[in-house]
Ligand binder design. Structure first.
Ligand SMILES: Cc1cc2nc3c(=O)[nH]c(=O)nc-3n(C[C@H](O)[C@H](O)[C@H](O)COP(=O)(O)OP(=O)(O)OC[C@H]3O[C@@H](n4cnc5c(N)ncnc54)[C@H](O)[C@@H]3O)c2cc1C
Length: 353
């Protein structure tokens, strides 16, 4: 596995909401991938910190605003009993104390929050246990699908100096000192899972993937002394979402911006997230801002993820957009099945170019 450690990798910035049943009303194929992705979490070899079923509150000022969600969930429950029984919460702040006390909610107990970095590292650790070699370096493809790896960068500093110190670099799997000399692997099959960068990688094959980056800026804060670990995810009808993590950590996000390959934190981005979060949860006013993150969601112009063979030996999997922490691990499994020449577990005609 070759990874360039790009600043702006989406997985390192993602919020961590896994609640597929409330979205993609108009796109059954997308919904199916996200739903199966959420289910697949039960089979992943994850560290305990990586995943927790905490439920989600769909919040609004008025019950009538929640009717479309209620109807959608009711229609999907039979096929997705893992969402659990949806109940009304008259005062959402009883479950997520910083919320505006006037907000009502529908509670979806099956929703989970994940820590994208912990999921990534658990999966990398499992791959290493099974014999995978992980190389820090920039890969490119020749027209016949041969992988060429540029030497790992000696200077890992990001060109974007205002990025927060990245835990990417602290990871044992991405520390270049952990590797020996980089050999060019001779691969029978190649899977391009390079997020927003997948287009650039596939270009030498003569294939133009319509994938582009959509920036998300996100804020982490801490409420000292609050037991935030079991707080549910908050999904407002308007404004940013909120998540609790252990140790008083809260996550608020995120912006949705067309800004090219530019994973910076901007003044306007922070203003949007923070003022929106305070509108929903005024009780966050005194929380300490501890970290900001920016990531580039890989988005397909077709609106749907891509899982397809794009050349003789090359499979591409990208375009998970705002749902890649939910759908990504499962999409990876599907892509691996395809690369191995086995029968994929779902109809891939819907996830083509
Ligand atoms: C702010 C934000 C919030 C989000 N919240 C959620 C959420 O709550 N729930 C959810 O389900 N999803 C969420 N997402 C979406 C999710 O994070 C992404 O869809 C998912 O992480 C995409 O994964 P990926 O592996 O395709 O791309 P990435 O994580 O971007 O990974 C691409 C990898 O390719 C590598 N790479 C690129 N080019 C090369 C090259 N030439 N050689 C070698 N390696 C290369 C990069 O270094 C990088 O590691 C969020 C995203 C953002 C930005």
């Amino acid at each position: 596995m070759v990874d360039a450690g790009q600043p702006g990798a989406a997985t390192a910035a993602g919020a961590g909401i896994v609640c597929p049943w409330v979205d993609h009303e108009e796109d059954e194929a997308w919904y199916l991938l996200a739903r199966e992705g959420a289910r697949h979490y039960g089979e992943l070899p994850l560290d305990e910190s990586a995943h927790a079923t905490v439920g989600a509150l769909l919040v609004a000022g008025d019950w009538s605003e929640l009717e479309p969600s209620r109807a959608l969930l009711a229609g999907r429950r039979a096929e997705a009993p893992e969402m659990g029984e949806v109940t009304e919460v008259g005062r959402a702040a009883d479950l997520f104390p910083p919320l505006d006390p006037g907000l009502k909610a529908l509670f979806v107990p099956g929703a989970a929050r994940v820590d994208g970095r912990a999921v990534r590292d658990s999966l990398l650790a499992a791959a290493v246990r099974q014999g995978t070699t992980i190389v820090r370096g920039s890969a490119s493809l020749t027209p016949d699908g041969t992988v060429v790896i540029a030497s790992p960068p000696t200077d890992l500093a990001s060109p974007f100096t205002n990025l927060p110190p990245s835990t990417e670099l602290a990871s044992p799997f991405t520390d270049p000192a952990a590797y020996g000399p980089v050999a060019q692997p001779v691969a029978d099959a190649v899977i391009v899972a390079a997020g927003a960068w997948a287009g650039e990688l596939c270009r030498p094959l003569g294939v133009e993937l319509p994938v582009f980056p959509r920036r998300g800026q996100i804020v982490h804060a801490t409420m000292a002394g609050s037991d935030t670990a079991a707080w549910p995810i908050v999904l407002p009808t308007q404004g940013p979402y909120l998540l609790g993590f252990p140790d008083g950590r809260l996550v608020m996000g995120a912006t949705v911006e067309e800004a090219g390959f530019d994973p910076r934190i901007t003044v306007a981005g922070m203003a949007e997230v923070l003022s929106g979060a305070l509108g929903v949860a005024p009780g966050l006013a005194d929380a300490t801002v501890t970290e900001t993150r920016a990531g580039l969601r890989p988005v397909m112009a077709t609106g749907r993820p891509l899982i397809a063979r794009v050349a003789d030996r090359v499979v591409a999997v990208t375009g998970m957009s705002a749902y890649g922490l939910t759908a990504g691990p499962y999409a990876g499994l599907v892509a691996a099945t395809l690369a191995m020449g086995d029968e994929p577990p779902l109809d891939l005609a819907q996830y083509g170019l």
